[in-house]
Ligand binder design. Structure first.
Ligand SMILES: [Zn+2]
Length: 80
C-alpha cells in the first residue's frame, strides 16, 4: 500500500487547480448491512486531497492493489 501511495503522490496533479502536492489518507469502511451479513472483506479507500484547494478524490484501494502490476499505466490514465 505504501508503494501505491508513493506512486500517487509522485504523479498527483490536481484536476481543479493544477497543484502537484497532495495529502493521502486511507480509511477502512467496515462492512455494514449486506456486506456484513455476507462477511465481505473490509473495503479500503484512499482519500487523495489537493493541498492547495482541498479538492479530494477517493480511490478504492482494493481495486488499485488488484492492478499492482499495471499500476503505473492506471496512474498515467488518471494524472496523464
Ligand atoms: Zn487543487
Amino acid at each position: 500500500m505504501a508503494v501505491i501511495e508513493r506512486e500517487i503522490q509522485a504523479r498527483f496533479k490536481c484536476t481543479k487547480c493544477g497543484n502537484e502536492d497532495c495529502y493521502i489518507e486511507e480509511l477502512a469502511m467496515t462492512g455494514t448491512g449486506l456486506s456484513k451479513m455476507f462477511d465481505i472483506q473490509n473495503n479500503y479507500y484512499m482519500f487523495v486531497s489537493c493541498t492547495h484547494c482541498g479538492f479530494t478524490e477517493v480511490y478504492n484501494s482494493n481495486v488499485l492493489k488488484g492492478h499492482r502490476g499495471q499500476l503505473s499505466n492506471i496512474l498515467d490514465l488518471l494524472f496523464g
